[in-house]
Design a protein around this ligand. Sequence first.
Ligand code: SAH
Ligand code: MG
Length: 225
Amino acid sequence: MNIVNDKVTEYLEGFYKPLSPFLGSMRMQAEENHVPIILKETEDCMRSYLQIIKPNRILEIGTAVGYSSIFFANLLPEVEITSLEVNESMFQTATKNIKDAGLEHRIEVLLGDAVEGLVQLKISREDNNQSPYDLVFIDASKGHYKEFWDGCLPLCKKDAIILSDNVLFKGKTVSDEYVTDRRQRTMVRRMREYMEYITNLAYADTAVLSVGDGLAVSVLRGYHE
Ligand code: SAH
Ligand code: MG
């Protein structure tokens, strides 16, 4: 199910313009190959948020072919990005795309499961005295968002923003009537638990936007470790 009325989505997508020809052709290719990159509506929404927040360092969980990280880097000319990807062939494609975009000095892609990767990243960044992240984009396997959240917190600034994509999961998070595949039940249950978790934290405010496939915008405020 589309979480927003199809006519509304079609109308809003009519306003969409790619940030650059490079990103426009990457989006077309990704859509042809069924690579799940950020939806147009989500991109437009993040385009505003990112320019308001002006992050210096972004941590991304789920690189795929590198579309969203190249988008962030093109939008914010100073930003540095670390992106984690578990799938080897996605990692290879992303690395090539980032090189073709001339962004290898600002986007670092790390291969491996993000839950372990986040632990390693914390150790290596502390060893090298690198500053914490001011924005996190969680966009990987839907059954593990809570682990990603808990893992990225120690890497975040006190007032960081965490964006979680696909939290409404085509309406499945909202109601069982949209869960057609039994194998998705665990994933859906975990996403519901994640929603309860992030909306009830003492140290964060979360607004859930019904844009694209559902985008949670969480603002940390204060001590969270
Ligand atoms: N952010 C990308 C799309 C990411 S799609 C964009 O908008 O352009 C989700 C990606 O997360 C897939 O490539 C998948 O391989 C990766 N992924 C899934 N589980 C993961 C995990 N545990 N650790 C790291 N990456 C993971
Ligand atoms: Mg997504």
